[in-house]
Write a protein that binds this ligand. Sequence first.
Ligand code: C2O
Length: 499
Amino acid sequence: TIGPVGEMVVSNKVIRPDGFSRSSVLAGGEFPGPLIIGKKGDQFKLNVVNSLTDGTMHRSTSIHWHGIFQNGTNWADGAAWVTQCPIVPDNAFLYDFPVYQQAGTFWYHSHFSTQYCDGLRGAFVVYDPQDPYISMYDVDDESTVITLADWYHDPAPEHTGVIPPTANTTLINGKGRHVGGPPVDLAIINVVRGKKYRLRIVSMSCDPAFTFAIDKHTLTIIEADGEYTAPLVVDSFVIYAGQRYSAILNANQAPGNYWIRANPDIRGLPGYDNGRNSAILRYQGAPVVDPTTQFVSTRPLKETNLRALIHPTPPGRPEVGGADVNINIPHRFNGQTFRYEIGGHAWENPTVPVLLQILSQAQQPQDLLPEGSVYELPPNKIIEISLPGTGPEVGGPHPFHLHGHSFWVVRSGDSTTYNYNNPVRRDTVNTGGNDGNATIRFVTDNSGPWFLHCHIDWHLELGLAVVMAEDRQGTPAHVNPSKPPAWDQLCPIYEEENP
Ligand code: C2O
């Protein structure tokens, strides 16, 4: 683990998390990358050093701290071509940002092309020593992190087609078994009977959603994407790419071994398959053997049953279009261009990152590029964004993530109705399928350009993204208010790779 101050060297390494050897792009030489840990109020100083050499994968990089608001530090958001140029090989970039409002479960990943599918992803936990809520749950241990990932045997840049590649394996805490592969070790979560654990489940998926469950145990959900929820008891839940949940596990069963299951929604990979898409919950004193438990779900999560514990009611009139600014941006797959479009435009990386356009045009603002993909939002207003899928080729469900904010989910893919009274707050929402719609509300209290995109990384690469340029005039011009490097340090070298 590292943090809040540390160095992350990004390098290539041959690893075999599922028994198959391949070169990968790793932070700190590990998969998943090192767990980053800090406390609410910490100043994080994470120096990312690019030591990439393997030309079969992207050699530039950039790291996004998924879910961290970056209030006042938009420049540290890590989205290549939105807030910075990529970090080219043999260069470093210091991400120097405070986390003073937030605590919970986050993650980090490369935000350069589809690079995180090649390995650059890890969990990021912010503790709150004065947490007023966790005492309600009488938790003995809140440090267990369970990461879910898809894994591919080919380097991501080889996938140029329109149809996303099919993962060869899915991994829990970096371990899994591929079809026909060797019986390598699975991840083991050790518990003691009678204790309560806060499990932090992080989906680092490039594509599939996972159905997560632990045989014979219920899970009390208390957090979604860094926001506390009212406690909700379930026995399984679907978690989309980019999402996180905290769930309380009461280790109250007979001391033995139980399957921890994460079933991906991808064709070609078998469903729940003991010993493959799974990890093991092992009680103290249990024999070191594989579980023989079965999965029966009677209380799956309905996302519409989740409630924000804090700030439950979104501001604005409780009706569709009742915000100060209401934006309706349909998305679809364009069968002529083979690109995804939002509001009629597929995202194309601009040659100058959006943040640098804003800072360099402070005197004479021009329209921001890429044309049609940047929406300007006024400060201190209530915003509603509706993201309808316009079938039949929309290819959902798409988990949309907004940088820089949590939002109220007034409608999600699970539902055809709106909840303006007490919806969940989170940062990544499933829009549903062809005729689905996700509608979100938030307040523009965080200046800077923020990416809003599908977190299926293959879809982002195909253009399924826009930028919300919030409070253009107030965009923080200094890299760090306490120590302002020149803004052009965000782009030490321009040329190299712009995929
Ligand atoms: Cu987790 Cu723009 O991403």
